[in-house]
Design a protein around this ligand. Structure first.
Ligand code: FES
Length: 203
């Protein structure tokens, strides 16, 4: 039986897609305090986020962005750029795609991974701010852990597969080829599959 997919786009999403806020109109980011880039132009989903920061309060005062991504990436980054203005760097770093999706009034499940792009680029911009300002101890980089040694699959790839729609071990295998050699990684990969489904899709 076909899986039912929710294709309904909220009015907020449509509004942000039609009238995206805070677009970076130039390639010159020299006036910004932190710049982050995520994605891959070859895949058509590159994202750049640039922030201005009140150094004393560590608060984001402006957030601009630019993308070659799809409607969902545009709308979610537009919303994100509004949400983070006035937020501390730490609070903005901890925003999750789920927070952005909620603010958008929902997103079709198979489009959630597009909303992750702006979020990742924002975190890269915040890290870039800390790097530029000589605070390497404040930089938070998520290190990927290899879960499947045979196929060289990491926990980040499992998370991406979940965001792209994998909900069962078989679907995870379709996306990543995990566990297709010795099978020793199955227990850990199933636990991570559950963890990421819970993290991104359970209310
Ligand atoms: S460790 Fe994953 S298949 Fe061998």
């Amino acid at each position: 039986m076909l899986k039912q997919v929710n294709w309904v786009y909220s009015d907020t999403l449509k509004d942000h897609f039609m009238n995206p806020r805070n677009i970076l109109e130039t390639d010159d980011t020299s006036g910004f305090d932190g710049v982050g880039m995520e994605g891959n132009l070859a895949c058509g989903d590159q994202m750049m986020v640039a922030i201005t920061v009140n150094a004393e309060k560590e608060v984001i005062t402006d957030c601009k962005w630019k993308t070659y991504g799809c409607a969902s990436a545009i709308a979610s980054t537009s919303v994100l750029s509004e949400m983070v203005k006035g937020m501390t760097l730490e609070a903005a770093f901890d925003l999750s795609p789920k927070d952005v999706t909620a603010e958008l009034g929902g997103l079709p499940e198979n489009k959630i991974h597009c909303s992750v792009l702006g979020d990742k680029a924002l975190r890269a911009a915040i890290n870039n701010y800390f790097e530029r300002n000589n605070m390497p101890e404040r930089v938070r980089k998520e290190k990927a852990k290899i879960v499947c040694q045979c196929m060289n699959v990491t926990d980040h790839e499992i998370e991406d597969a979940v965001l792209e729609g994998a909900r069962s071990y078989a679907e995870l295998q379709e996306h990543t080829k995990i566990g297709t050699v010795c099978g020793q990684c199955r227990f850990e990969s199933e636990a991570l599959l559950e963890k990421y489904i819970h993290l991104h899709f359970t209310e």
